[in-house]
Design a protein. Sequence first.
Length: 256
Amino acid sequence: MTTSHIAPLPHLQLPVLSTFPEGKAQPETNRHANRADDGVFRLELAFLNRSRQIIYRIQQGAKRAFDIIAASLGLLLISPLLLVIALLVKLTSPGPVLYTSQRIGKNYQPFGMYKFRTMTTDADARRDALRKQANLEDGLFKMENDPRVTSFGKFLRALSLDELPQLFNVVKGEMSLVGPRPLPPDESGLFQDPYTLRFQVYPGITGQWQVSGRSNLKFDQLCKLEMDYVLGWSLLADLQILLKTLPAVLASRGAY
């Protein structure tokens, strides 16, 4: 199997002490004075400088407060819908109602992301065999008409209803309402600097990838969109993405 990447970039490690999945520390690299003109270094330095500013920290605090309030109220308001979906998942296919998928979050910390189960119970065991049939031109596992998806699961995925339990991840502080796409460990390892900046913020239920095509996006497109989001983040940008999410979901572009 051949995995293609975006153009290789010099590896630069952000000064954040973090541990990658399976207990492997991120590799250490020495910076040199002559790297000041390096484009990758400049992007990372710009992000670090901005992240240390008081106004940025205040805005991040406001973002977290909004996440907690909105996610909590959302869970309360849609609790009847969650119960109905849970019941239908249980009645339409054998297995648990919820599926916990390991994802990589802020500072490379792994966490269990909650979803309504949309696949058969042997889905993980069949994943490797199906990779050969999937569209792996860019290394991301995405398969239209995945045979593991249940009939009711297709409906949930088309409207992104399977992602509603991720509101619990938001309340727990593992995710945000808006952020980079949460990816599993194997796909998280595909990113090269400076695109690893995505791991300096919380992944989101929705984001630029959600409103720009989801599974229809190529890996390099995903990298660029998320880079633009991380470097240009603002509360207004989050609000704009939230407003675009419902139309994108209803259009079901790239939802499979």
